[in-house]
Design a protein around this ligand. Structure first.
Ligand code: GLA
Length: 371
């Protein structure tokens, strides 16, 4: 089964848009390995839109852009595979991709054959220039094509959360599905996207995960979705903590060849990734309307507890153990570990509080201990 756990990797779009080529992809593959991203679980390297020529060949097949990829896509895919990574590409369920390159509608079986031949392991499938065909059927067509192409290819549906995608993405065979419009490298966008999915995460589970969009951690206002602003490091912590608690796929969007020490530490944080990758893939439960907290049941008698402060002042956030159904006289206390630092914070009864800075988050792992 593919996507037993939320898929993790890197995607070219957020930083590079159409400025992609063979050199960038190969250097990114090197950097994913050298920076410990592959070891941390980021296994898919995905080339997004703008990789092909504007026209198909005389047989109706896709052709890689000859200037950007002079040795062809298979050459790049082979290199990516030689580094121990998996290789992903992009197409669209309409007649053109969002950036105006050939889309797959009417060519699904040709394109699945092409992707299988060049060694693709992951296909992101976008939603521009749609035909009159019902949206779920357009995705179903590519799902059938991929499943019959002779190669195992993870199907990443990207219809931006439209057409109630959460109600059919799993049914059509997608392994992850975009549930939001495009993220930008701003705290407003992170807040808006995370709020929009709080009541939809119950649909996400092993085999098919709700994708809140690619990570902006490390963009710092650069790239096509940076708009010159960027987020604070606190906002990036909020972003990554929420995506981990939500079991969202983790697709890095920054230039990993120039990753700061701080962002590398965040993106490879072992306890946060363990929360994201928990094999049970359970949804979190949220408490509070403004600053809020949430818990998620993990395997092995553990609970992840997230504290989120989207407000403009520091707040004290309290997790009452009553939220777990515990009562004061129960023979049960919680051992709390700070998921960001790994620090053992001791054993607590009834409640646990922490101060959380503006636009920041904290995350803990709690283990019940019987008295
Ligand atoms: C859409 C998608 C983005 C990206 C672009 C490419 O906007 O949502 O993630 O793939 O198309 O054109």
């Amino acid at each position: 089964m593919l996507a037993k756990k939320p898929p993790m990797g890197w995607n070219s779009w957020n930083t590079f848009t159409n400025k992609i080529d063979e050199k960038l992809i190969m250097e990114t593959a090197d950097a994913m390995v050298d920076n410990g991203l592959l070891d941390a679980g980021y296994e898919y390297l995905v080339i997004d839109d703008c990789w092909s020529e504007k026209q198909r060949d005389e047989n109706g097949m896709l052709v890689a852009d000859k200037e950007k990829f002079p040795h062809g896509i298979k050459y790049v895919a082979d290199y990516v595979h030689s580094k121990g990574l998996k290789f992903g590409m992009y197409s669209c369920c309409g007649t053109l991709t969002c950036a105006g390159y050939p889309g797959s509608f009417g060519h699904e079986f040709d394109d699945a054959k092409y992707f299988a031949e060049v060694g693709v392991d992951f296909l992101k499938y976008d939603n521009c220039y749609k035909t009159k065909m019902e949206n779920y059927l357009a995705y179903m067509r590519m799902s059938v094509a991929l499943r019959s192409c002779g190669r195992e290819i993870l199907f990443s549906a990207c219809n931006w959360g439209t057409d109630n995608v959460h109600s059919w993405a799993r049914a059509v065979g997608a392994h992850m599905y975009r549930s939001t419009f495009d993220i930008t490298d701003t705290f407003e966008s992170i807040k808006e996207l995370s709020e929009s999915q709080k009541d939809k995460l119950v649909y996400s589970a092993p085999g098919c995960y709700n994708d809140i969009d690619m990570l902006v951690t490390g963009l710092h206002g650069e790239g096509s979705i940076g708009f010159g602003h960027g987020c604070t490091e606190a906002n990036y912590r909020y972003h990554f903590a929420f995506w981990c608690l939500a079991s969202s796929p983790l697709m890095i969007g920054c230039d990993v060849r120039n990753l700061s020490k701080e962002n590398k530490a965040l993106l490879t944080n072992p306890l946060l990734i363990r929360i994201n990758q928990d094999e049970e893939g359970r949804p979190p439960i949220f408490f509070g309307d403004y600053e809020y907290h949430a818990f998620k049941v993990l395997s092995n008698n553990e609970y992840a507890i997230g504290f989120f402060n989207p407000l403009d002042k520091e707040r004290k956030i309290t997790f009452n153990f009553h939220d777990l159904g515990l009562m004061p006289n129960d023979r049960c206390v919680l051992k709390i570990t700070d998921a960001f630092t790994g620090e053992d914070l001791g054993v607590y009864r009834d409640y646990f509080s922490a101060h959380v800075g503006s636009g920041d988050a904290k995350m803990f792992i709690a283990t019940p201990v019987l008295l």
